[in-house]
Design a protein around this ligand. Structure first.
Ligand code: CAA
Length: 259
């Protein structure tokens, strides 16, 4: 597939999707969503990718779904639109490799919802977060009402979802929405540093760790603990478990082979 609205690169195991629709503040139209899904599908099957970074430009991450498309939608179109967004962001969330959102500027509506489907969010000081759908007479339809409340709590989430408030990067950090807050010009470097650190972790255990946290977030404690048990024991079937513990006793850094 030829990409018109995103730039995709892969270097040393670190894949990067750069949303590139400057004229529309990187708004996610159907074509852009399809391109993102195509990359996510390719990454799902690729042994070459160890980490994914999703980013926008130095001015904007993503200003939401494309309102020009939404304005003409009837309920059936809106339903289909919602299904598409849910499908893509669920695939993104379920990727076996870690996903980092590297953010500068407005991260609104579908843009925040995409960032919420990532494992980590790194934001520059210009980061601006909100779910302005309520001001358009609708509600978030790409997971925002669910994932944001789970991440920062229902009360704070309602400030964005119901009041339509926008919060700056420092507040987002305080709320636990942002993992790393830095200067705008340091965002790419911080994302690269985090990606390289994740690349050094044993890939299979890393995948299990992500699966356990994501699974448990939507389960009761006992079900989550059962799942943890299964993944914990499976980790002892890997060469990296042997190497990690051997290196510990030999007081050296482990040489993980991701097997
Ligand atoms: N869709 C389509 N076009 C958009 C857009 C969007 N989401 N966001 C910005 N644009 C366009 C504007 O229409 C404008 O186009 P023109 O130059 O042709 O007029 C251009 O980008 C620049 O926008 P502004 O003039 O508003 O620039 P600004 O610097 O004053 O503000 C902004 C930038 C803060 C991003 C502001 O545009 C804004 O608040 N956008 C929010 C849009 C929004 O409501 N997003 C939620 C969409 S609904 C959704 O996402 C549903 C869902 O759950 C999936």
């Amino acid at each position: 597939m030829e990409y018109k609205n995103i730039i995709y690169t892969l270097e040393n195991g670190i894949a990067k999707i750069e949303i590139n629709r400057p004229k529309a503040f990187n708004a996610l139209n159907t074509e852009t969503n399809n391109e993102i899904e195509d990359v996510v599908d390719a990454i799902t099957d690729s042994p070459d990718v160890r980490v994914l970074i999703i980013t926008g430009s130095s001015k904007v991450f993503v200003a939401g779904a494309d309102v020009t498309e939404l304005a003409e939608a009837n309920p059936r179109d809106a339903y289909n639109n919602c299904c598409l967004a849910h499908r893509i962001f669920k695939k993104l969330e379920a990727l076996q490799v870690p996903v980092i959102a590297a953010i500068c500027g407005p991260t609104l509506g579908g843009g925040l919802e995409m960032a919420l489907s990532c494992d980590f969010r790194i934001a520059g000081e210009s980061g601006l977060f909100g779910l302005p759908e309520i001001t358009l007479g609708i509600i978030p339809g790409a997971g925002g009402t669910q994932r944001l409340a789970k991440l920062i709590g229902a009360s704070r989430a309602k400030e964005l979802v119901m009041l339509g408030n926008r919060i700056d990067a420092a507040t987002a950090k305080e709320y636990g929405l942002v993992n790393v807050l830095c200067k705008d010009e340091e965002v790419a470097e911080e994302a690269q540093k985090m990606a390289e650190k994740l690349c050094k972790r044993p890939a299979i255990a890393l995948k299990f760790a992500k699966e356990c946290v994501n699974f448990g977030a939507n389960m009761n404690l006992d079900t989550g603990l059962e799942f943890e048990k299964s993944r914990f024991s499976l980790a002892f079937n890997t060469a990296d478990q042997k190497e990690g513990m051997k290196a510990f006793f030999e007081k050296r850094k482990p040489n993980f082979t991701h097997k």
